[in-house]
Design a protein around this ligand. Structure first.
Ligand code: PEP
Length: 245
C-alpha cells in the first residue's frame, strides 16, 4: 500500500501564505511514490481545494462535529468539510484532546459522522511522556483505539506520541516499530481482516532529516507532519523519502 504523507497546518495560513504553500506543493507533487494530503485551517479549505483540484494532492479538515447540522456555534460538520472539497479529516489530535477535552467516545462519534459523509477519518492516538515513563504506553494507546474507533472502522490511524509533537524529539526506530506492531495487532483484533489494511501513520517531529528512517519502519504507513508541512520544500522532501508501495 502506498504511504500517505499528511500535512497538518494547524492554525497557520492566511490567504496568501496558504495559496503559496499549496501551489508549491502542487508543483512538486507529480510523480511521487506516495499519497499526499494537506489539512489547512477551515477558512482556507475552499481556496486550497480549488488550487489542488486535478492534482494528486488531497485536502482534509482538522476536526468535525459528530452531528450533521444544528445549533453548534463555532463547529463544522463532516458534510460541510466534504462540500468544501475535503476528502479526509483529522480526529482526536492530542491538541484537541488536551485543549478541548475531547474523549475517546467523542472521537468515535466524529469518526462515524466522517465516514457517513464520505470522508476518510485519520484518528490520532498517542501517550504522554509521563505515561511512557510509567510504562503505560501500550495500555494508553490500546484504550484509545478501542474507545475511539467505531465498529467497522475504515480510515487511517496516526500514532503520535504527545511528547514528540512540536518538540523536535522523535521516537526511536525501535519504539516506533514496537508501537506500530502493537497497533496493527490491536486493529486486527478489533476489526478483523480489515484491520490489516488500515494505514498507521507516525507523527511527531518528522523532518526531512529523519523521514527516511522513520518511513522505513515496518507497519509505518506514512507520516502526519505538523511544523515541517508548512515549508513546501521540507514537506516534499519528506514525501520523497516515502517507501514505494
Ligand atoms: C502534529 O501536530 O500532528 C505533529 C506531528 O506536529 P510536528 O510534526 O510539528 O511534531
Amino acid at each position: 500500500m502506498r504511504q500517505l504523507i499528511a500535512g497538518n497546518w494547524k492554525m497557520h495560513g492566511m490567504g496568501g501564505e496558504a495559496a503559496a504553500l499549496a501551489g508549491a506543493i502542487r508543483a512538486g507533487a507529480a510523480g511521487l511514490a506516495c499519497d499526499l494530503l494537506v489539512c489547512p485551517p477551515f477558512t482556507q479549505l475552499v481556496p486550497v481545494a480549488g488550487m489542488l483540484a486535478g492534482s494528486t494532492v488531497a485536502v482534509g479538515g482538522q476536526d468535525c462535529h459528530a452531528e450533521a447540522k444544528g445549533a453548534h456555534t463555532g463547529d463544522i460538520s463532516a458534510a460541510m468539510l466534504a462540500d468544501a472539497g475535503a476528502r479526509f479529516v483529522i480526529l482526536g489530535h492530542s491538541e484537541r484532546r488536551a485543549n478541548h477535552g475531547e474523549t475517546d467516545a467523542g472521537v468515535r462519534a466524529k469518526a462515524v459522522a466522517a465516514i457517513a459523509a464520505g470522508l476518510t477519518p485519520i484518528v490520532c492516538v498517542g501517550e504522554t511522556e509521563a505515561e511512557r515513563t510509567a510504562g503505560w504506553e501500550t495500555g494508553v494507546v490500546g484504550g484509545q483505539l478501542s474507545g475511539s474507533l467505531p465498529e467497522g472502522f475504515s480510515g487511517v490511524v496516526a500514532y503520535e506520541p504527545v511528547w514528540a509533537i512540536g518538540t523536535g524529539k522523535t521516537a526511536t526506530e525501535d519504539d516506533v516499530a514496537a508501537m506500530h506492531g502493537f497497533i496493527r495487532q490491536a486493529l486486527v483484533r478489533q476489526l478483523g481482516e480489515a484491520g490489516s489494511l488500515v494505514r498507521i501513520l507516525y507523527g511527531g517531529s518528522v523532518r526531512p532529516a529523519n523521514a527516511s528512517v522513520l518511513l522505513a519502519v515496518p507497519e509505518v504507513g506514512g507520516a502526519l507532519v505538523g511544523g515541517a508541512s508548512l515549508v513546501a520544500e521540507d514537506f516534499l522532501a519528506i514525501a520523497r523519502a516515502a517507501r514505494p508501495g
